[in-house]
Structure formats: structure tokens, C-alpha cells
Design a protein around this ligand. Structure first.
Ligand code: HAM
Length: 421
């Protein structure tokens, strides 16, 4: 039976109490991002395949090896979103962005990549991401990185490391490609098969190959920041100066290139020692993406954090939400009259904001108290015929076992007081 009910490899069912942690991340993200005037967007989980191939790039691992692509009944090629940026750009194109207009959005939800599952690498994983679209300025990149650091601190992660690099823009790509090609060409035959292919398709990816031999060959490669034009170098320096000004620590990593093709200028990753081999908790950068039907690419800057990885770091740091129980109150009903009037009482308490669980069938006192104990509620209300006739309820504090009789009219305020709500 087990094999048939387990979720597929690289996917998970999520339950309480773990979900309390997820909610903390989501609530913190909303809180922090809205302080920077970002608003939420939700896009579909699947899109036309070209939405991703055109923006992420044909020769990226994501497009080449990792997308869940299928034909629908109308023979259209569709893909489960492997990331959020392309979908958000499509949504913005659909809504229309006026000349000079800016948009700041955030999103959270599942993404899908057919990677080999490992610790911190899932096939369905969840991202919290942001995109600030419509403006190209170093200070926008600084604001975006500082918001990410602010968010990480808010969820208890203040020892992550920001890695920073540039990709240049426009003709820089040609300059960088040529210089790296010249450097790697004589070495390529000693490097892995992927790198031999990358030499001709995406040479900058040879800088961050994970193969140990390739790493050695890449170690003396020229740094991208030294290959880009003066203006791009100046842009990068302004980003560094902006971060310095805010006291945000970062390390320039000349080998970092990021795995998606749409980036220009600033790129960044945030890594944490609590993660092991898959050590990036967030990644992002500035991009130019051609929107469907658009005449020129849209500029933006953004990032995405992996929620599973955020939770792994919180666990490594020993951070945990307070355990919660599913209800504040359990109502025990003794006899027909109590059962008949139970729904009205439960409804009133719920409408006043309390979380209420009640036995809805005729059961013994003992079995109802056992059920209340199982749930772990702090307060049990007990009502029999006498209580109903007298307009009172017996209220039992489960922690102290103290029991008091409370008039129905004062019940809500008594409970809230007892719960300190
Ligand atoms: P990315 O680096 O591909 O960037 O993914 C961002 C984060 O998602 C990673 O740092 C990691 O935490 C998490 N992640 C990625 N793949 C997996 C996986 N298979 N399992 C678990 N977690 C994973 C992007 O997706 C860009 N769209 C970010 C961006 C937004 N750039 C500009 N705007």
C-alpha cells in the first residue's frame, strides 16, 4: 500500500505543524515586500511552452533537461512553470505596460523542474519571488537585494552570504563570449562533455561547472567584470557602492553566471552553509525579456527564494514556530437538549473569533473528554440539561484542571480572557 499512496519522488504532502512554518514565510514575505510597495500577482501553473523557452534560453539546463512539457488535447505544447519570471512577464504584457510605467510584483507558489531529487532539490518546489519591471537603474538592483536581505533577516536568517557578479549588457555578451571562447578553446578537450558542448553554445556556463576538473581549468579564466565595457563596469560599481552604503555585506564572485539566459548587468545568489551541496537559497538579477508581441525587451530586476531551502536553513539554525493546536475549545454535550442547542452555541463562538471543535453525536462524557485531550485544546466546555436550564456552562481549564461555572452571556469574554486572546 505504501508505494501507492506515497507522493511522487521529489514532491511532498505538507501537513501541520510543518505548514505553520510555511505560513510564517508567506506572511513575512507579504509583510516585508508590501513595505517596499510590491503587490501580489498570481499566474497560472502552466503556460505555452514558448513563454519559457524564449525567455529562459534554449541552451539552459532548465529548458534542455528539466521542463515538464506535454501536449494537451488540442495538440498545444504546454509546460508546468519551472520559474516565475517568464510567467509574470507574460501577465504584465497581457495587462499592458504603458511607456515609462513601472510595476512591482511579488508571487509565491509551486514551480516544477524534472531534476534528480536530492536534499534541497525537488521536482515540485516552491518559490517566493519578486519582479520590479520598467526601470533600469543600479539603485533599483540595490533596493531589490536589500529587500531580499531584509526578508531573510525577518525569517531569522542573518548569516547568509550574498554573492554578486555582472553579466554586462548589449555588446558585452559578444565581448565576454569571445574572450572566454579564446580562453577555454585549448582546454575544452580536457573538460567534461557538457563543457565541450557549452564551448559552442553557452561558453560562460563553463565558469560555474560543478565538475572538479572543470573547476580547476575555470579558476584562471578572465573575470567577466574585466571583460565588459566601461559603462557596464560603472553600473556594477554603483551597485556595489549602493550596497556598501546600506551596510549590506556581499562577495563579488567572478565565476557566478546564473543558469538562465535573460540576465544582464547585476546577478546575485544568496548561499547558506546550512544547506549542503545545493547551497543557494535565492537567486536573481537584472534581466531583459522580450514580451510576446513586444517590439523591445522589458527591463526588470528580481529574485526568487526556494521555500524548502529557507525551511532547511531555519531548521539548521534551530528556529521553529510555536506548536499550535487545531482548536481553542472543545464542547462536550451531555444529553439530547445539549446536543440540540450545540450548533447555535458553536456558531456564536466561532463568529466571535474562537476556534471550536465539538462532538456532534451522542457520546459518553469519558469518550468526549478523551477526544478533547487528543486534540490538546486548552479549554473544554461542558453542558448538560441542568446547565442549559440555568443558562450556564461548565468551563474546564485543561492545563490546571480547574472548573468554573460561567453564565452564557459572559462566556465569550470569559474564554477570551482565559486564552488571553
Ligand atoms: P533560480 O536560481 O533558478 O532563479 O531559482 C531560485 C531559487 O529557487 C534557488 O536559489 C533555489 O533556492 C530554488 N530552487 C530552484 N530549483 C530548485 C529545486 N529543484 N528544488 C528546490 N529549490 C529550487 C529563478 O528561478 C529566477 N526566476 C529568479 C529571478 C527572479 N530572477 C529574476 N527574477
Amino acid at each position: 500500500m505504501a508505494g501507492k499512496t506515497e507522493p511522487l519522488p521529489g514532491t511532498s504532502d505538507l501537513w501541520q505543524p510543518e505548514l505553520a512554518e510555511w505560513r510564517l514565510l508567506e506572511d513575512s514575505a507579504r509583510d516585508i515586500f508590501e513595505r517596499y510597495a510590491f503587490s501580489e500577482v498570481r499566474t497560472p501553473i502552466f503556460e505555452r511552452t514558448t513563454i519559457f523557452t524564449k525567455s529562459i534560453g534554449d541552451d539552459t539546463d532548465v529548458v534542455q533537461k528539466e521542463m515538464y512539457t506535454f501536449k494537451d488535447r488540442g495538440n498545444r505544447s504546454l509546460t508546468l512553470r519551472p520559474e516565475g519570471t517568464a510567467s509574470v512577464m507574460r501577465a504584465i504584457a497581457n495587462k499592458g505596460l504603458n511607456q515609462g510605467e513601472e510595476k512591482r510584483v511579488y508571487y509565491m507558489g509551486p514551480m516544477f523542474r524534472g531534476e534528480r531529487p536530492a536534499a534541497g532539490r525537488r521536482r515540485q518546489f516552491h518559490q517566493i519571488g519578486v519582479e520590479a519591471v520598467g526601470r533600469c537603474a543600479p539603485m533599483m538592483d540595490v533596493e531589490c537585494i536589500s529587500m531580499l536581505v531584509h526578508f531573510l533577516e525577518e525569517v531569522g536568517i542573518s548569516d547568509a552570504q550574498v554573492l554578486l557578479n555582472t553579466r554586462g549588457v548589449g555588446d558585452d555578451k559578444k565581448l565576454v563570449t569571445e574572450a572566454l571562447f579564446n580562453y577555454f578553446e585549448p582546454l575544452a578537450e580536457k573538460m567534461c562533455e557538457d563543457c565541450q558542448r557549452r564551448l559552442h553554445t553557452n561558453v560562460s556556463r563553463m565558469l560555474d561547472c560543478k565538475n572538479e576538473d572543470c573547476k580547476k581549468y575555470a579558476s584562471d579564466a578572465p573575470a567577466i567584470v574585466d571583460l565588459v565595457c566601461e559603462d557596464s563596469r560603472e553600473y556594477f560599481q554603483q551597485v556595489c557602492a549602493g550596497l556598501d552604503n546600506l551596510g549590506i555585506k556581499y562577495k563579488v564572485d567572478p565565476k557566478m553566471v546564473r543558469g538562465l539566459d535573460y540576465y544582464v548587468h547585476t546577478i546575485f545568489e544568496v548561499v547558506h552553509s546550512g544547506l549542503g551541496a545545493q547551497d543557494a537559497v535565492a537567486g536573481g538579477g537584472r534581466y531583459q525579456i522580450m514580451l510576446p508581441g513586444g517590439k523591445k525587451p522589458v527591463e526588470g530586476v528580481g529574485f526568487a527564494c526556494g521555500m524548502e531551502r529557507l525551511l532547511m536553513i531555519r531548521e539548521a539554525l534551530g528556529l521553529k514556530c510555536e506548536p499550535t493546536v487545531d482548536a481553542d475549545i472543545y464542547i462536550v454535550s451531555l444529553g439530547e437538549k445539549a446536543l440540540a442547542t450545540l450548533p447555535k452555541l458553536a456558531m456564536e463562538l466561532r463568529k466571535s473569533g474562537l476556534r471550536v471543535l465539538a462532538e456532534v453525536e451522542k457520546k459518553s462524557m469519558k469518550s468526549q473528554m478523551r477526544a478533547a485531550n487528543r486534540v490538546g485544546v486548552p479549554i473544554v466546555l461542558i453542558r448538560g440539561e441542568n446547565e442549559i436550564d440555568d443558562g450556564v456552562v461548565q468551563c474546564k481549564n485543561m492545563e490546571t484542571s480547574e472548573q468554573v461555572q460561567v453564565p452564557v452571556a459572559e462566556l465569550c469574554s470569559w474564554i477570551k480572557d482565559a486564552l488571553k486572546k
